[in-house]
Design a protein around this ligand. Structure first.
Ligand SMILES: *[C@@H]1O[C@H](CO)[C@@H](O)[C@H](O)[C@H]1NC(C)=O
Ligand SMILES: *[C@@H]1O[C@H](CO)[C@@H](O)[C@H](O)[C@H]1NC(C)=O
Ligand SMILES: *[C@@H]1O[C@H](CO)[C@@H](O)[C@H](O)[C@H]1NC(C)=O
Length: 506
């Protein structure tokens, strides 16, 4: 017996048909709509400078992982150094401080630390149990140290060694752990050092490890659930943007039980981002911002201590390929998945082109296995040649090269005026972009830019001209662009603020 098609069934057929049209549209990638995106930076991959309050209640928060410490002996007036950068003794004979004189913390808990030197060895005591050396390549067999600050002068410190005694610089080349450290903190006390914190990292590793396993899960959950919400997607969709670039970290692929110190729960928020993107018809560029071992040494790649160790073992590459496969297969059926960026900003000073090429080939393959039509984005190396990825891209389809254009992070911008900044975008950036935007090569994407510069006290009208110049020039990238970022305590870095306050007009 035949039954008439119900309204409900009819609706089902119609929406199925609509789905076909949408999914079919995605295969027509040659006619793709240019991306006008905003990055959701600082959300699923922490960056402390974007939201400093996230770090507020970490105990002993000056001494997080990767804090780069320098110690000047008060009696000798010279810096502690790992002689030859590591592999031998510690000396106190260097009159200025840079690499060899820097000790990077590996935090155990708020009071106890390992310290890593320039050549990556860890600080410890030699077989006499007294002489300080940097010879161990294994942190577990190295030493556990404490750094005790003078209560009314936090830059005056003593260092407690694993044998229960304090370090003292007896002479320029004899540094031992055999002081009781009970004097009056005077300048003639060889156990007293002047502390300089040369660098701090405030990334995902630091925030989760800093709070520790009991507090970090709740802190991170609060952050994830408030920093970016559904309303932000609604705002983005009604602001003249059509996509979001979402930085993610490798640990999210092993949710809900990522390796320590990372905490579970982030995947749920990425899932929600995809739901919201679908609801508001926004495309998603999934961007692996943090790869295991760190591909650039910055906090935004969740570096533990500033060293670049991604790509130095086969395991880090294999694991990254698995991470890409996990994300791609999870979201391949969401119509919003538009592009997968295999790794963000690998650093030429640490990641070779041949290793990166090998990874890009493997990553491309694994994306294609699950998402035949998605764009695959290859980020240029920081400090690499702008066309060096052309050979590897030539064997790929729907492939995009990502370049990041900031009028910052280089001394050439230090003294530029407003006009010079705008001219640099209109002339130099425009030329650079044109040189890599070819008719038969990969598409081009300015995946990060910002209307911020070194100019101080610029007017709103000057910011408007600067953002407009960048929108004009970066609008010529064949794939499109993405602003860094949606939310940031620094207003000009917040596209949300810039749009709402009329600094950016789309
Ligand atoms: C910190 O770590 C050290 C070394 O593992 C341990 O001896 C100490 O008890 C720990 N302190 C706290 C407060 O957990
Ligand atoms: C520091 O001491 C070591 C060990 O005695 C010595 O080899 C080195 O030349 C000294 N460096 C300086 C800058 O004096
Ligand atoms: C920008 O391009 C112009 C013209 O090619 C060149 O003279 C100038 O040196 C470039 N500026 C910088 C800062 O590289």
């Amino acid at each position: 017996m035949k039954t008439p098609i119900s309204k409900r069934q009819l609706l089902g057929i119609v929406s199925l048909f609509a789905l076909f049209i949408i999914s079919d549209g995605r295969t027509l990638n040659t006619n793709h709509q240019k991306i006008r995106a905003v990055n959701l930076g600082g959300w699923l991959v922490t960056e402390g400078w974007m939201k400093p309050s996230l770090f507020d209640s970490i105990p002993n928060k000056d001494f997080l992982d990767g804090a780069a410490l320098q110690f000047k002996s008060k009696t000798i007036g010279k810096y502690l150094a790992a002689e030859l950068g590591g592999g031998t003794i510690i000396v106190a004979n260097r009159s200025s401080a840079s690499g060899w004189e820097t000790f990077r913390l590996w935090r155990i808990n708020e009071t106890s630390f390992h310290m890593r030197v320039f050549n990556k060895q860890f600080l410890g005591l030699d077989s006499t149990g007294i002489n300080l050396v940097a010879v161990s390549n294994n942190y577990q067999t190295s030493g556990v140290f404490q750094i005790i600050r003078k209560s009314d002068d936090s830059n005056r410190v003593r260092i407690l060694a694993p044998n229960g005694f304090y370090l003292q610089a007896k002479t320029e080349d004899v540094v031992t752990a055999d002081s009781k450290g009970d004097g009056q903190w005077r300048d003639d006390d060889p156990s007293v050092f002047e502390l300089t914190i040369a660098q701090r990292l405030q990334g995902e590793y630091q925030v989760t490890h800093g709070y520790g396993p009991l507090k970090a899960p709740q802190i991170m959950k609060n952050h994830w659930s408030t920093f970016i919400v559904e309303n932000d997607f609604k705002f983005i969709a009604t602001s003249g943007l059509n996509a979001v670039r979402i930085p993610v970290g490798w640990w999210t692929a092993s949710d809900p039980t990522p390796p320590k110190p990372y905490v579970g729960g982030s995947l749920q928020y990425l899932d929600m981002a995809f739901l919201w993107a679908k609801k508001y018809n926004l495309k998603v560029i999934l961007d692996l911002h943090a790869a295991p071992g760190s591909q650039n040494g910055f906090e935004h790649s969740s570096s533990r201590d500033g060293f670049i160790e991604w790509g130095q073992t086969e395991e880090t590459i294999q694991e990254t390929v698995r991470v890409i496969e996990f994300f791609t297969s999870r979201y391949a059926n969401n119509p919003s998945l538009y592009a997968v960026e295999l790794i963000n900003e690998p650093n030429a000073n640490g990641v070779s082109l041949s290793i990166l090429t090998k990874y890009y080939e493997a990553g491309y393959k694994v994306v294609r296995k699950h998402a035949p039509d998605a764009f695959v984005i290859l980020s240029n190396r920081l400090g690499g040649d702008s066309k060096e990825l052309f050979p590897v891209a030539s064997g790929m389809t729907n492939v995009v090269i990502d370049v990041h254009y900031y009028n910052l992070f280089s001394s050439i911008f230090d003294d530029m005026t407003v006009e010079q900044n705008i001219d640099f975008v209109q002339t130099n950036r425009s030329n650079e972009l044109q040189a890599i935007t070819t008719s038969n090569g990969p598409l081009t994407f300015v995946g990060e830019w910002v209307a911020e510069w070194q100019v101080r006290g610029a007017t709103k009208e000057e910011y408007q001209r600067f953002s407009k110049a960048q929108l004009d020039v970066f609008g010529r990238a064949s794939f499109g662009w993405a602003y860094w970022s949606l939310k940031n305590v620094n207003n000009h870095w917040s596209m949300d603020w810039m749009i709402k306050n009329g600094y950016i007009n789309l």
